[in-house]
Design a protein around this ligand. Sequence first.
Ligand code: SF4
Length: 519
Amino acid sequence: MRVLLVHPAFPITYWGFQHALPIIDKRATLPPLGLITVAAHLPPAAEVRLIDLAVAPLDDAALAWADVVLIGGMRIQAPSMHAIIARARAMRRRTVVGGPAATTAPDEFADADVVFVGEVEGRERELWAAVTGADPQRVPAPATRPPLADARRPRFELLDLTAYASMSVQYSRGCPFRCEFCDVIEIFGRVPRVKAPAQVIDELDALYRLGWRGTVFLVDDNFIGNRREVAALLPALAAWQAAHDRPMALYTEASVDLAGEPALMAGMVAAGFGAVFLGIETPSEAALRGIGKTQNLRRGPAEAVAILARAGLEVMSGFIVGFDSDDAGALAAQRRFLAAAPIPLAMVGLLTALPGTALWKRLAREGRLRAASGGDQYVRPNFAPVMDERALLEGYADLLAEIYAPEAYLARCLAHLALAPIPDTRVRAGGPRIAARALWQLGIAGPRRALFWRLLVAAVRRSPAFTSWAIEKAIQGEHLIRYTQEQVVPRIRAAAAELATEPARLVEPTPRDARVAAH
Ligand code: SF4
């Protein structure tokens, strides 16, 4: 049985860093970890190939080779998923879809032969039945979520490692919190499940044997979701790094209350973590209470970010506008907070109601849903906002234009630099080749030369050990600034202008929306 795994295309996104990838000679930021994990749960009888559309095109010969095509992706990849299904079916190939998009909205993938809902661990027989055609069109998720002791090591050897800026390893799934907009807790639950330290080390060993040295993203929803377990993992990670001359630069996602855990922060730095993504969302207490994100209220976000930066963990963060309590004053507060924040990589999204979330259910009950979100945050919201919609969109565009003006980006980088301890430079990948490219493309030929040199000079003055960091920030900034100026802000302004001629129309919830809202 020949199984073709296809990772669908992404549009340009903030996290895709598409404008930065050519400078570092890569084709994608992260590998399709979900698909290579599924591959590990197929039997030896399956002959497996992988095509990641970010790395290589899907040609007809590959489809002709396959008996079955397995497609997994997120909501933002749904258009590409449907296009792949159509091509595979036109060539009479069996199609199986799974992953987050199919799990949260299986009805939307009726075009596939099989929709595999939920996680794969412990369901090898069901997966094989879906692949071979012995199962019905819908394979529902089991009543309980699998322990990650059942997780097999992803088949990293299927990847072209040279194509990716970073590798991914997953340690845990789930998060104990209950943020209203979050679909993670709907997909993976509120009881964090973790892999044993030996499983994580085994995955790092596999990457090391394949020759990977550099950045590894621990793609957890909340790395510190189970503090007792993560406290046991960190010494094992630190020992592995020390035994291998610290080859991996780690980063992850965690809840803001990490700032109140000095032992965990120190353990993470000792294990080789240099950055952490936090969901700060907003400095507005009213908004945080409204969405149930009370863990962010234990200390102010500015204090939390400073604590983490001083500990050696650069903060990347997500922010949201469009909460029910938001008004012009709340957007102004976001702008003031971000102007002073030591957070170079700040991502601001428009609140989106994702299917199955508590927010989706509430908005459905209130009759405010418009349509399922396609994952695009730069169009009108997929629900009727409380704030005047045009003012919201214009305020959102102004906010993004402001925070990704080159001066503002530089200011946030310098604010981080002022707090950060001198880094360990051994784990920065790329070295002189990437530095030379950045020097030419950004420092000599680029339109933002002043940003490049001011950042580099400030970093070297603080310590030459920050040189690689400064080059990395300049490369990342090139994408963030270009993407914001060339695509995001014009699209949001166009959406705002559209409102003048085409008032928002509420869309009746589908029967499935009504079922969800009733629960
Ligand atoms: S802390 Fe993050 S992962 Fe956890 S529920 Fe909130 S948004 Fe979701």
